[in-house]
Design a protein around this ligand. Structure first.
Ligand code: SF4
Ligand code: SF4
Length: 226
């Protein structure tokens, strides 16, 4: 899932203070699950932004709504409850949702309330860890299902660096060394031979080096067309 974090309040206030009526719009998918951008968070943010202490003049008027997935144009267009007089939308979606909303309502300004941070998973309640960077050429089959791109601080592909100590990464004792995890996972799987093959330099082009990536599904097993 996509994980996002609320921007600093001062940054949000600075971006919206010129408007008179702002729709604070939550998204019902990933950012709801990671407790940063759902309808409840939109209500809380609207309440906080209504406080006059954040402004030198009068605060904007706020309305609150939510769309199931702001990254789907159909769902965005179905949402017909933008109140008359709205002169900006404050979106609590990820960057994809903000842009879909901005395209659908052009030229109405759509302002992000979140910083989109990573693709991650939750190992325990309220705690998410980055798991994938969408590199476009997944190597998990060779690394015991542990991503060396997102989970190794140096995105190494052929084993650990010299900073790996007792299972921890050199960036901090609380950060597991991805390559130590990969080694022990492959050992448990009796697949350590996978580490004997030197992996060539990674081709980063499928990771977006050629500009924005697009996909059209053409059927199971037929792959995807770009
Ligand atoms: S190898 Fe690439 S696609 Fe696979 S999990 Fe890592 S970043 Fe994501
Ligand atoms: S210590 Fe491990 S996770 Fe950290 S940069 Fe080196 S190989 Fe990567």
């Amino acid at each position: 899932m996509i994980v996002g974090d609320l921007k600093p309040l001062a940054e949000i206030v600075s971006a919206i203070k010129e408007y008179k009526q702002v729709l604070v719009l939550g998204c019902g998918s990933c950012v709801t699950v990671c407790l940063s951008g759902g309808e409840k968070e939109a209500e809380q943010l609207s309440h906080e932004l209504s406080q006059i202490r954040h402004y030198q003049g009068a605060p904007p008027k706020f309305e609150v709504g939510s769309i199931l997935r702001q990254c789907e144009e159909d769902l965005v267009l179905e949402y017909q409850t933008i109140p008359a007089g709205t002169d900006a939308i404050l979106s609590l979606a990820c960057g994809a949702g903000v842009q879909t909303l901005a395209d659908a309502h052009d030229p109405l300004p759509v302002i992000p309330a979140l910083n989109t941070t990573f693709l991650g998973a939750s190992a325990k309640p309220g705690n998410w860890t980055e798991m994938c960077r969408g590199c476009g050429d997944c190597v998990l089959a060779f690394t015991g299902g542990i991503c060396p791109v997102a989970r190794c601080a140096k995105s190494l592909f052929n084993g650990p660096c010299g900073g790996s100590q007792n299972g921890s990464c050199e960036v901090g004792l609380d950060t597991p060394c991805a390559w130590a995890m990969i080694f022990y996972r492959l050992k448990r799987q009796n697949k350590l031979h996978l580490l004997e093959k030197i992996r060539p330099l990674k081709d980063w082009r499928p990771g977006g080096a050629g500009g924005p990536r697009t996909r059209m599904r053409v059927g199971l097993g037929d792959g995807s067309k770009t």
